[in-house]
Structures are given as C-alpha cells and as structure tokens.
Design a binder for this molecule. Structure first.
Ligand code: GLU
Length: 435
C-alpha cells in the first residue's frame, strides 16, 4: 500500500507557522519514506474560507517549496459524499436521527459510539486511552443538513487513501471519535502522529504578539524561506545529533517520526534570526548580490551608475552583519544615497559633542592630503591627526562614522571609507552637522 499523507488546513486568513510546521513534517516524512503528500483544503466554513485565505495557503506552500503529489482536494466539493457516508451509518445502525431541540425544525444525525473504552498508539505520544464514559455519541450532520468536521475529515481521509495522519495535538481528543468513524465505515484506520504545540518563552501558544507568527510575515520581513523551513523542522524534532543548519536533502534523509518530541516546542525568535543569518552567509556570492540589489531597487536606492564591482564590495562589507533582507536599506542605504537618515541619539552623542566639529575638519584636511585613499592610509591619517590634537583615536572615529553613515555602528570604518571613496567622504564631512 502506498504511504499517503496530507496537509488539511482550514483556510481562515493567514497561515500560522504552527500549521505550516505540520505541513513540513508531513512533507519530510513522506519524502523520507517515499510516498505521496497531498493537500486537502478544509473549506467548509464558507464565511471564513475566502478565496484570499485559500490563496494564502498556496502561497505559503509555494514559498517553502512544499510540493504536493496531485491536485488539491476541496472539502466543500464533497458534501454529497459526506452525507452519503452519514446515510450508510444510518443504514448500518451506527447512526441515528434526533430532533435535538425538540422543535420539529429538523433532525440532526448522531454517530453512535461503540460504548467501550478506546485506545490507540500515537506515533509521537505513545499509547493513549479514553474511558467509554468520556466518549459520548456526537453529531455528524447538523439539523440544517450540513456535515460536521469529524465526518468530513474522516470521509475525506478514506477517500484519499490516507495512511498517516500527522497533525497538531489540538486534535488528539478528536482522534478517538475519528477512529470509531473509520471502523464504522469499515475503512482501515490510519496511523496517527500528533505534533507538539509551538509555544513562546512563557510556555503559552505562540502568537502574533511574540513576533512574526504567520508565514506571510516572515516573507515580508525579508527572511529566507529555507531558513524558516529549517528552523520549523527543528521545532519539536531533531536529527539525533547536534546538526542545526541542514539542507532539504539532509532533513529528508534524517527525518523519522520517532524523534518527534511530545512536549511543547518553544519558538525562539533570536535563534531563528541566527538561523536566517547562517543561510545568508552561506549563499553563493552571485545570488547574494542579486538579492541584495533587488532589495535596494525595491527601496529606490539602486541606480545604474553603480557598478557590479561596487555592489560586490558593499556586500562583502555587510555580509556578516545583515540578518534579514529587510535590514538592507537601513544598513546599506548610505552607500547608495547622499540622503541617508541620521540616528538622532548618535548625532547628539557624537556630532554635537564639544570638539567634534574641529576634529572632523582636521580629518577632512588630512584625508584631502593623502596620496592614496584606502583603509590603511585613512587609518594612519586618523591616528596621526588624533595624536596631533592630543586626543584618543576614538574621539575621531565615532563622529567620523556618524557623519559619513548616519549610524552609530556598522562594518569596519576604514574599509567603508575606502568603498565610499574620497570625494564622497569629503563632501559628507563638509556638510553642516544635522540638528
Ligand atoms: N482542518 C483541520 C485543522 O486545520 C484539519 C486537521 C487534520 O489535519 O486532520 O486543524
């Protein structure tokens, strides 16, 4: 029998990383075992399942490269099949009609639970049991004729031939009912793996308040899809050794369900940013450059007058510092415009400081007199000027950096001066000090 898994989101807006993590685990497991990974859009809630919400699911899966093995199945198209399943259960005596409110306005269909204690083996949580008393009969078709989630979910898993259900552990309690439905419909019961919840540092469900919580947020903030994929793969799973940065191939090769942990998994935004920075560092230089340029273009900072060589030198300086693409305009802006913003604190602390103006004027003169304008010569000139003026080098270094970049920190000062070139540096030093 072919191993078959599915991702079955209910599109209700944006895609939460917890849902997407379920898709990633399904995908990795299926690619490791060799099987088919399918998508089922559980869009029966017509009010919340808007076309935009469905698109958000596709966009998130596309962005992360979660390829499926077949067309998506829309649950809303299967209503007749769900009702037919309820009819079969009525026929076999496993379901009955009940006028719940006694209003005569319509009868709901209830599923008759077996009336015994139930148990199943969860591939993550181990053996789980529930007493018969806690497993009452339940509605499968509402009195208005609409099928309930449990019935639709199980009927569709049967229809799709799903062998492994890997989903969030908010569904653990439902699983007893689902198994009873599979059995009553005389279908093989799939294996279940319930994934631990994603929590914040306080152990509470991870939400928007904890940082980016939706896949779209990560994309907009300029994080790498591969970094998010890698980070989410390690949220509740580990490869059994201390590897962290892992390629898709490595993740597929290492992924088994027995190393999925049962306890909640904590999303640590700092750790994620570290992971993203690792991906940026490892990117081939040419890819990095073109991605960097795209970010500059997006913010109107690129102009054809800049050469590839210039861009290359800027990238080399910033590569270790840029943690996500959204930081590019802030960290690299001053290389591409004379209208770079000034950090107010840095201006107050460094440029409005007693003596700063005189130091910068002396530096400008020293720089102007240099034969070559490179990192070594500007550094030597700065140190000599500091000595002549009887102050420590840092008294010149800090205001110089703020004057030419607007920022309190950044890459090696003398190297960035070299990249900017003498003309621009001197023009910047000649400008009036901002307020
Ligand atoms: N639509 C349900 C959810 O998103 C599906 C759960 C399942 O995977 O069975 O929670």
């Amino acid at each position: 029998m072919t191993l078959r898994t599915r991702f079955a989101p209910s599109p209700t807006g944006q895609v939460h990383i917890g849902n997407l993590r379920a898709a990633i685990f399904n995908w990795l497991y299926t690619r490791h075992e060799g099987g088919q990974f399918l998508l089922r859009v559980e869009d029966t809630d017509r009010e919340r399942s808007t076309p935009e919400a469905v698109q958000a699911v596709f966009a998130a899966m596309d962005w992360l490269g979660l390829t499926t093995d077949g067309e998506p199945l829309y649950q809303s198209t299967r209503r007749e099949a769900h009702l037919a399943a309820a009819e079969r259960l009525l026929q076999s005596g496993r379901a009955y009609k009940l006028d719940k409110g006694g209003t005569g306005r319509g009868e709901a269909i209830l599923f008759k639970m077996p009336g015994t204690d139930m148990a199943f083996h969860d591939l993550v949580k181990g053996d789980l049991t529930k007493a018969a008393a806690d497993l009452p009969d339940f509605v499968i078709v509402r009195s208005d004729g609409t099928p309930v989630f449990h019935l639709a979910n199980v009927a569709d898993d049967i229809h799709m031939g799903i062998t492994h259900v890997i989903r969030g552990d908010d569904h653990v309690e439902n699983t007893f009912r689902h198994i009873a439905l599979f059995q009553a419909l005389e279908a093989p019961v799939p294996q279940y793996a319930h994934l631990p919840m994603i929590v914040n540092a306080q152990g509470k469900p991870y939400s928007k308040r904890d940082g980016a919580a939706y896949v779209g947020d990560f994309r907009e903030k300029g994080y790498e899809a591969d970094a998010l994929f890698n980070y989410l793969a390690l949220l509740g799973w580990n490869p059994g050794d201390d590897r962290e940065v892992m390629s898709r191939e490595e993740l597929i090769a290492a992924f088994t369900l027995d190393r999925v942990q049962a306890k909640p998994a904590q999303f640590d935004f700092k750790k994620f940013e570290w992971m993203n920075a690792e991906y940026l560092k490892r990117m081939p230089a040419a890819d990095y450059r073109s991605r960097f340029r795209r970010e500059l273009e997006k913010h109107g900072l690129w102009s054809p007058e800049y050469t590839e060589d210039y861009l290359d030198r800027v990238c080399a300086l910033l590569r270790e510092r840029v943690k996500s693409w959204s930081e590019v305009p802030m960290q690299a802006g001053y290389f591409f415009t004379e209208h770079y913003p000034f950090d107010a604190d840095a201006v107050r602390k460094r440029l409005h400081k007693e003596g700063a103006g005189g130091h910068l004027a002396a530096l400008a003169a020293a720089f102007g007199a240099l034969d070559a304008f490179d990192a070594a010569s500007t550094e030597a000139a700065l140190r000599a000027t500091a000595e002549t003026r009887g102050v420590g080098a840092s008294e010149l270094i800090h205001p110089l950096r703020v004057a030419v970049t607007g920022l309190p920190g950044g890459p090696s000062l003398f190297h960035l001066l070299e990249v900017l070139g003498r003309d621009r540096v001197l023009a910047r030093l000649a400008r009036p000090v901002p307020n």
